[in-house]
Design a protein around this ligand. Structure first.
Ligand code: SF4
Ligand code: SF4
Length: 179
């Protein structure tokens, strides 16, 4: 979810990281993408069924968004030219640091790879337990709901025993991606 054309210092550095990552498209580093019906018309037309509209803000304003994982994500953005403005302008903390020279490309890629590897394990654990075929690009929001629904102590213990990498993914996201 990043407008690589706006990267001033070296467009290829940020672009390479984002192309190997996609964590803001799959619900790991971001939960939603804001979609403007007027500014993002092409995207809105393509994914009308996924767009959520809420006008309950007490100020006559309407909010429109999609929940991640984004339906346009297929290993990479499948609608790059039509992606919403929110995607074009978004920069996570890791990307900001990379572009500012505060982290080198290898270290940034290594952080992303650690998370992707943990997501692979989490998907495998979930699929084995529930006989599903979720990919690492689909698993995080599913586990987030599972974790949220584990309200009693026994359920929480069972969750952490089944998905120990969930904590490390959350830790890495909070440490490196959140602003
Ligand atoms: S539209 Fe493309 S860049 Fe934006 S969230 Fe979806 S997959 Fe990611
Ligand atoms: S989470 Fe950050 S590094 Fe990954 S694709 Fe999104 S903006 Fe790029």
């Amino acid at each position: 979810m990043v407008d690589t054309s706006s990267i001033k210092q070296d467009p290829t550095i940020g672009s390479a990281l984002c192309q190997s990552c996609g964590l803001c498209c799959t619900g790991v580093a971001c939960s939603v993408t804001v979609v403007s019906p007027s500014q993002d018309k092409a995207f809105s037309d393509l994914f009308a069924d996924s767009i959520i509209v809420s006008d309950d803000h007490g100020d006559n304003s309407q909010k429109t968004w999609i929940n991640q994982p984004c339906p346009a994500f297929a290993g990479n953005c499948s609608v790059y030219e039509s992606r919403p403005v929110d995607c074009r302008t978004f920069r996570c903390a890791l990307l900001e640091k990379l572009l500012a020279g505060a982290v080198d490309p290898e270290s940034a890629k290594s952080i992303v790879d650690s998370i992707l590897s943990a997501l692979d394990k989490l998907a495998a654990q979930y699929n084995a337990e529930y006989k599903q075929f979720l990919s690492r690009d689909e698993i995080f929001p599913v586990l987030k709901r599972l974790h949220r629904d584990a309200v009693d102590k026994a359920s929480q213990t069972a969750f952490w025993e089944a998905y120990p990498e969930y904590l490390s993914v959350r830790y890495l996201i909070e440490k490196h991606f959140d602003k």
